[in-house]
Write a protein that binds this ligand. Structure first.
Ligand code: 3HC
Ligand code: NAI
Length: 700
């Protein structure tokens, strides 16, 4: 007897319970009910002497069904299922053909024996969902493996190779031998003493006390702002201080404490956001994908070099074009230096460095691009330079080659239109450093063919990026939103707040750095040139980034010059506050008639973050992003927005859209013309707030 997600059959006196819930054996209600039913059937069948739990899918199990956390029927709870398994009077063996994560590993831990294929990984990644293992993982794992290892696995959520988990598995075998090994083990164990994990005694020692306090201190630093990681430490510690049953209760209490936080909602939202980003419903499912076997890069500068590395890293040959041999040599030398640095840090072997370098060739001739399947242009950010490149590509590239631009601001429609094949043109907007940052904005022009979009989405996975589809507008999604954030941060300085204080408040909010540290690092000249190119857009506001303009004009372009908003000692990246910035601010504020005043921390956060959310709403309204969660993915991966807040749109949903509208309206009316220009709430934001809805519920 079987339900459609759990199958069980009896073979040679052993009941084989197979998990078959596509796509990943999430432990949904149907699976939990099915496991209990199958266990009871096996226990009531006198011909059965032992039980094997295995999987029909590639994975053993991805753990609890996360989609049930936001309002599913949780009965029977997973711990109840595991109590049936652990309490079985017949030996139960878990046979892990593939990864077991979260509740999936907890299910295996509740079994009396475990066997696994040797090349397998398992883990307890709950911490990435803002929670901790809630089905005995924090109590059983330390009873089976070294305490340090159990603690690290739970606090970091990192998947771990089974070969490193001594004590957890009876044997590690080949995929072919897995089931027979498990069945034989179940038969051999029949009628003998059953080794239940819950019976293993643990004791606290001074060394363990020390380990827990050190891990707490490290975790507080490394997981700054996150709630769950420290709760993970607390839960594992309980395994050593109280008996198993009480430990389970303590774990349950801490699990619920985490589950009720906005962080858990945000991180669970982000889990699905990241996966939703890969889907483009407007493209038919059977759209073909173009084959990408060789890549061309135009411009081997900061971005071109980093982009090229992404392809070499996954074994794809790349040809880099520069107009001058010297620039080409410089670009290739920089790539080699980056690889050598990774080798020095032990991340690559010298052999891997050479293998990757051998995939990279340079040229100064467009004739060498005739056989590439994809070209990514990363030359200077000037429309006439880009057009010249695309015209040249149009002449030499083979039919069907994808022609991509890494432009950060220019109109991809216009670039496409200068070729005879606009359907093959797309924006592939990498973030700096391009070999490190996970985000790839995939910019669809009005001409881009569906298969070019689909190929780009697939390609983003190949090069281990998170691809997010966006439409054409100035700055696309990420840079369009960051612009309003930077503007407001700059304005706050004019109103008398120091850059240092703003940076500190934004850092405490959870971003890796504040707007001024970031600006100095990127180079203040970048924003300056963007402003120069869009002067008509900001001419009405003389306060617009006026201090930044003055700094750039005085050669204070940021870290690379040793001076920007902050000062830097030679060779140091540590910003030093320069009080003269506040003198410039005072002078400019007087000239512009801007009142300097005391401003609260709360206002600083609102002024920087709410306009960013508001711009996100406009982007959504205009259809530049497919869904609000895509904006969250862009902000978390591209700008370091804290994942424990889920991204700006999720953060807004959590605060409540009415509050954002109310504060935007307040600033709109409080700041005269400035307020009217920059704080008008987005019509979509107002509409959703009036209907008491959220961005997440909005369907474009
Ligand atoms: N619950 C619900 N859906 C899940 C899921 C889960 N635990 N894990 C994956 N899925 C869904 C994904 O959303 C995706 O759906 P979609 O196709 O509609 O977008 C589909 O399954 C396939 O997932 P991936 O694209 O991520 O597949 P991969 O093969 O790339 O990765 C994986 C597989 C490594 C297992 C990855 O899916 C993963 O990390 N899953 C989450 C693991 C996890 O966090 N487990 C802990 C859950 S909480 C828990 O167990 C609590 C317990 O302690 C009580
Ligand atoms: P860069 O100045 O470091 O590199 C540009 C390279 O292109 C130089 O090596 C130059 O010699 C070469 N080049 C210029 N004209 C060329 C031509 N006609 N043919 C061949 N090579 C030519 O500039 P960077 O920073 O790499 O920027 C490149 C592009 O990437 C720009 O469009 C920029 O907006 C975009 N971008 C930049 C980011 C950054 O943080 N630097 C982030 C995302 C996008």
């Amino acid at each position: 007897m079987s339900n459609n997600v759990i199958k069980h059959t009896v073979q040679d006196g052993v009941c084989i319970i197979s998990l078959a819930s596509k796509p990943v054996n999430a432990l949904s209600k149907a699976v939990r009910v099915g496991v209990i039913e199958a266990m009871n059937a096996a226990l009531n069948d006198d011909s059965v002497v032992g039980i094997v739990i295995c999987s029909e899918l590639a994975l053993f199990s991805a753990g609890a069904d996360i989609s049930e956390f936001s309002g599913g029927d949780l009965s029977p709870m997973l711990p109840e299922v595991l109590a049936v398994v652990e309490g079985s009077t017949k030996p139960v063996v878990a046979a892990l053909n593939g990864g077991a994560f979260g509740g999936g590993l907890e299910l295996a831990l509740a079994c009396h024996y475990r066997v696994s294929v040797a090349k397998n990984k398992v883990g307890l990644p709950e911490v990435h969902l803002g929670i901790l293992p809630g089905a005995g993982g924090t109590q059983r794992l330390p009873r089976l493996v070294a305490p340090e290892l159990a603690l690290q696995m739970i606090v970091t959520g990192a998947p771990t190779k089974v070969e490193l988990l001594q004590g957890l598995f009876t044997s590690l075998v080949s995929p072919e031998a897995l089931l027979s090994t498990a069945v034989n083990l179940a038969k051999d164990a029949a009628g003998k003493n059953i080794p239940a994990t819950c019976n293993v005694a643990l004791e606290m020692t001074p060394q363990l006390e020390e380990m827990f306090s050190q891990t707490s201190a490290q975790t507080a630093k490394q997981a700054r702002g996150f709630f769950a990681p420290l709760k993970c430490v607390e839960a594992v510690k309980a395994a050593f201080t109280i008996p198993f049953d009480e430990g389970l209760k303590e774990e349950g209490r801490l699990f619920m404490q985490c589950m009720k936080t906005p962080q858990a909602r945000a991180q669970q939202h982000f889990f699905f956001a990241e996966r939703a980003a890969a889907s483009v419903p407007s493209i038919p499912k059977d759209t073909p994908v173009r084959d990408i076997k060789k890549v061309g890069i135009i411009g081997g500068g900061t971005m071109g070099g980093g982009i090229a590395m992404n392809f070499a890293n996954v074994g794809l040959p790349v040809v880099i074009l520069e107009l001058e041999q010297a620039a080409l040599d410089k670009g290739l030398a920089l790539i080699r230096k980056n690889y050598e640095n990774s080798a020095k840090k032990g991340k690559l072997t010298q052999e891997q460095v050479e293998q990757r370098m051998s995939l990279l060739t340079g040229t100064t001739s467009y004739d060498d691009l005739g056989d590439v399947d994809l070209v990514i242009e990363a030359v200077f950010e000037k429309m006439e330079v880009k057009k010249a490149v695309f015209e040249a590509l149009d002449k030499v590239c083979k039919p069907g080659a994808i022609l991509a631009s890494n432009t950060s601001t220019l109109d991809v429609d216009e670039i496409a239109e200068c070729t005879s094949r606009p359907q093959d043109v797309i924006g592939l907007h990498f973030f700096s450093p391009a070999n490190v940052m996970k985000l790839l904005e995939i910019v669809r022009s009005k001409h881009t063919a569906n298969d070019v979009i689909k190929t780009s989405m697939v390609l983003s996975k190949t090069i281990r990026k998170v691809g997010v589809l966006v439409g054409v507008c100035f700055g696309f999604v990420g840079n369009r939103m960051i612009e309003v954030y930077s503007r407001e941060a700059n304005r706050l300085v004019l109103e008398g707040v120091s850059p240092e204080r703003i940076d500190k408040i934004i850092y405490d909010f959870g971003l890796p750095m504040g707007p001024f540290t970031m600006g100095d690092m990127a180079g203040l000249d970048i924003g300056y040139f963007v402003r120069q190119s869009r002067i008509e857009f900001i001419a009405h506001d003389p306060s617009y980034c006026t201090i930044a303009d003055e700094l750039v004009e005085a050669g204070r372009v940021g870290l690379k010059a040793g001076k920007g908003v902050y000062l830097y000692e030679k060779g140091s990246r540590q910003p030093i506050f320069d009080p003269s910035i506040m003198d410039i601010a005072k002078r400019k504020a007087d000239e512009l008639g801007i009142e300097q005043r005391d401003i609260s921390d709360e206002e600083i956060v609102e002024r920087c973050i709410y306009p960013l959310i508001n711009e996100g709403a406009n982007i959504l309204m205009e259809g530049i992003a497919q869904r609000s969660s895509d904006i969250d993915v862009i902000y978390v991966y591209g700008y370091g927005f804290p994942v424990h807040k889920g991204g700006p749109m999720q953060y807004a949903d959590e605060i409540g859209l009415s509050k954002i509208v109310e504060r935007m309206k307040y600033y709109e009316s409080a700041f005269g013309d400035y307020g009217k220009h920059w704080f008008t709430p987005s019509p979509l934001l107002v509409e959703l707030a009036n209907k008491n809805e959220t961005f997440a519920s909005h369907k474009a």
